[in-house]
Design a protein around this ligand. Structure first.
Ligand SMILES: NC(=O)c1ccc[n+]([C@@H]2O[C@H](COP(=O)([O-])OP(=O)(O)OC[C@H]3O[C@@H](n4cnc5c(N)ncnc54)[C@H](OP(=O)(O)O)[C@@H]3O)[C@@H](O)[C@H]2O)c1
Length: 241
């Protein structure tokens, strides 16, 4: 019997995450998405209605809360005999503040939403992959990790730390059956939310889903690289095998 492949997409209700979820459903995956708000889950369900052959499974989870992430992991493990792919597309932004004018509350919020969430995904869900000695763990990292722009500095600080977390986790996974990657679109990502502001040469959320799928299926030219940075669709297609 053919066991369907399964994925956990943290941030699957977000503007990039929903495109990844859709691509994986089209590729036949059983896709688990943690949700913390009903309106966001219905929005995602609406977006992927009728999309298959994969199946969407919503599980409750606040990814900033250790107990909730742990309960979420148990719920997923009850439903899926094994996880092939874990995707982390989680975080929030802060614009319009110089570092020296950033409120402590905003600092704390970004550290929790953009770093503690990623760390908890490593603690709980990367561990699932280690227990199986199998699976792919992919973090979506914003391009701000590598550039400085006035008044968006805190976003760069946490993106750079996310990227380093992925690099450390990738090195620690070497020699095991687990692979860890960070994927970045160097341009902004075309999403439903941006609508008419999307530019034709930007990668879409679904294109990123295709690349994440290719990493999980070992269909990229350089599976040994931890960092995957993409510019355009042409560029992405050159990286696939
Ligand atoms: N060019 C690039 O490569 C690029 C560009 C932008 C972003 N990114 C990366 O992609 C990530 C996602 O970006 P996006 O634009 O899709 O952001 P988004 O639309 O704001 O989505 C963020 C997602 O994170 C979830 N989330 C945040 N905190 C959570 C928590 N405590 N518990 C559960 N879920 C939580 C949100 O859940 P709710 O639906 O419940 O709010 C949502 O699903 C960013 O953080 C960044 O790392 C990459």
């Amino acid at each position: 019997m053919n066991v369907p492949r399964s994925a956990f997409v943290a941030g699957g209700t977000g503007s990039i995450g929903e495109g990844i979820v859709k691509f994986l459903l089209q590729a036949g995956y059983q896709v688990f998405v943690p949700v913390r708000a009903t309106d966001k889950s219905s929005r995602l369900q609406e977006f992927v209605r009728g999309v298959g052959p994969g199946v969407l499974e919503l599980v409750s989870g606040d990814l900033a809360d250790p107990a909730s992430v742990s309960a979420c992991r148990s719920e997923v493990q009850k439903k899926a005999p094994k996880l092939d792919l874990v995707v982390v597309s989680v975080g929030s932004s802060l614009y319009g503040h110089s570092l020296h004018q950033t409120a402590m509350a905003d600092w704390n919020r970004l550290i929790v939403e953009n770093l503690a969430t990623h760390f908890l995904m490593i603690r709980e869900f990367l561990n699932v992959l280690y227990e199986q000695n199998h699976g792919t763990f992919v973090t979506l990292t914003g391009p701000e990790a590598d550039f400085v722009q006035a008044e968006t500095g805190l976003v760069s600080v946490v993106a750079a730390a996310q990227k380093m977390m992925a690099r450390v986790a990738a090195q620690e996974a070497s020699g095991s059956g687990v692979r860890v990657y960070s994927v970045t679109s160097k341009n902004p990502v075309a999403t439903r939310q941006r609508g008419e502001q999307n530019e034709p040469d930007w990668l879409s959320a679904s294109d990123l889903g295709r690349y994440v799928w290719a990493l999980a299926e070992n269909r990229v030219k350089h599976p040994e690289r931890a960092l995957h940075e993409l510019h355009t669709l042409k560029d992405l297609e050159k990286e696939l095998v």
